[in-house]
Design a protein around this ligand. Structure first.
Ligand code: OGA
Ligand code: NI
Length: 357
C-alpha cells in the first residue's frame, strides 16, 4: 500500500501534558501508558558519561591537545555521548535561552497553539512523530523550529511572545553552529581525516532547534518522556535546564544509563549521519527521556546535519577489508524525510541505509 499522504494522517486527540498536570488528575490517560516491556527503570543515580574539555582543544598545549583528542576519540567510539565543558559559549546566553524557553512553555495553551505542529510535521508546538491513533504518546511538550538555511524556516511558527524569544534563538543558534563546526573538525582529526572534510562535504548545514518540556508525572514508572531513538542529525547538542530533574538516558551495553547533568556543560551526541560516514566506527546511540514524579524538566536540543542535497555514504578511507562497507549511499534529504515520517523506534530508521550482509 502506498504510504498515507501527510494530510490523511489521523492521530486522534493528543492531550497536552502540561494541561494534564494542571488538572491535578493522578489518572494517566491510557495513550500514555506504555506496554510493560517499554516502561522505564527510574534510576536517577549518577552516571558519568565522558567529559571533553574543549579549552584543551581550542588553546591547550600540544600535549593537552593530543590527550584531549584521544579522549574525544574514545568518547565517540565507546559512548557516542559526551559532555563538553569550557565550550566558549557565554553562560549568560545559555541562561537566556532557558529563560525564553521556559517563558514560552509557561504561556497559556491558547497562545502556544497559535504555532501548531501539524501531524506529520516537526516544527511548531505539540508532539512530533505521532502517526496513528493507537500510537503511544510521550509525556512531553515540544516546540521546534527549523533555522538554517533560511529556506527551512516557517516564519508563521516564530512566536511573538516572549518578546525576546526570536532574537535569543538566533544568537544561541549561531553560537551552537560554531560549536558544531568545531566539533566536527576535531572529530575528523580523531579519525585521521582532513579536518575540513565534514564542513566541505555538508554544504550549508541544516540546523534545527527543539525545546522539550517534560512536566512532572504522577506515574513516571508508566510513561516515557521521549521514546527511544537515535538522532537523524550528524551531531546533536543538548542543553539540560538548570535545576531540572535527571531525565536523559542512553542505551549502553543493553542497559539504560541516566546522564547526570554537569552545570554549564552541553551534552553532545553522534547522530545517524556520522555513523554512516564513519562506516559505523562512531555509532549514533539510542537514547530516551524519562519523567520525574515531582520535578519538571527542560531540554534545548540542536540538530546539525548536512544540506538536504548531498549524497552520502561511508568515507572511503574508513572502508577496507577489515571494515567492509556497512551502509549504502543515499541522498540526505531523502533520509531526513524518512526520519520525520516514521515514529521514533530505537535505531530502526537507520535500516534505511544499512547493507544487510
Ligand atoms: C531529542 C532528545 C532528550 C532530552 O530531542 O532528540 O533526545 O533529554 N532529547 O530531552
Ligand atoms: Ni535525541
Amino acid at each position: 500500500m502506498a504510504p498515507a499522504a501527510i494530510s490523511e494522517i489521523k492521530v486522534g486527540h493528543i492531550d497536552d501534558v502540561q494541561e494534564l498536570k494542571k488538572s491535578k488528575t493522578s489518572q494517566i490517560p491510557e495513550r500514555f501508558i506504555r506496554d510493560r516491556t517499554e516502561r522505564p527503570n527510574l534510576d536517577y543515580s549518577c552516571t558519568n558519561i565522558p567529559v571533553v574539555d574543549l579549552s584543551k582543544l581550542f588553546q591547550g598545549s600540544k600535549d593537552e591537545f593530543c590527550s584531549e583528542i584521544l579522549n574525544l576519540m574514545t568518547s565517540c567510539k565507546e559512548w557516542g555521548f559526551f559532555q563538553v565543558i569550557n565550550h566558549g559559549i557565554d553562560l549568560e546566553l545559555l541562561e537566556r535561552i532557558e529563560k525564553v524557553a521556559m517563558e514560552f512553555f509557561m504561556m497559556p495553551l491558547e497562545e502556544k497553539q497559535k504555532y501548531p505542529m501539524i501531524p506529520g510535521t516537526v516544527q511548531g508546538y505539540g508532539q512530533a512523530f505521532v502517526f496513528s491513533e493507537d500510537q503511544k504518546l510521550d509525556w512531553c511538550n515540544m516546540f521546534a523550529l527549523g533555522l538554517e538555511p533560511h529556506c527551512v524556516r516557517n516564519p508563521k511558527l516564530w512566536p511573538t511572545k516572549p518578546s525576546d524569544f526570536c532574537e535569543t534563538v538566533e544568537i544561541y543558534s549561531s553560537e551552537i553552529r560554531k560549536l558544531c563546526k568545531n566539533l566536527l573538525k576535531y572529530i575528523a582529526i580523531t579519525l585521521s581525516l582532513n579536518e575540513d572534510i565534514f564542513e566541505e562535504m555538508f554544504g550549508v548545514a541544516v540546523q534545527a532547534v527543539r525545546m522539550n518540556y517534560y512536566p512532572a508525572c504522577p506515574r513516571p514508572d508508566l510513561v516515557l518522556g521521549l521514546s527511544p531513538h537515535s538522532d537523524g542529525s550528524a551531531l546533536t547538542v543538548l542543553q539540560q535546564g538548570k535545576g531540572s530533574s535527571i531525565g536523559l538516558q542512553i542505551l549502553k551495553d543493553d542497559k539504560w544509563i541516566p546522564v547526570q547533568p554537569i552545570p554549564n556543560a552541553l551534552v553532545i551526541n553522534i547522530g545517524d549521519t556520522i555513523e554512516v560516514l564513519t562506516n559505523g566506527r562512531y555509532k549514533s546511540v539510542e537514547h530516551r527521556a524519562v519523567t520525574h514524579k515531582e520535578k519538571d524538566r527542560l531540554s534545548i536540543v540542536t540538530f546539525y546535519a548536512p544540506s538536504y542535497e548531498i549524497e552520502l555514504g561511508p568515507i572511503p578511507e574508513l572502508v577496507d577489508d577489515k571494515n567492509p562497507c556497512k551502509y549504502r549511499r543515499y541522498n540526505h534529504g531523502e533520509y531526513s524525510k524518512h526520519y520525520v515520517t516514521n515514529k521514533l523506534q530505537g535505531k530502526k530508521t537507520l535500516e534505511f541505509a544499512k547493507i544487510n550482509n
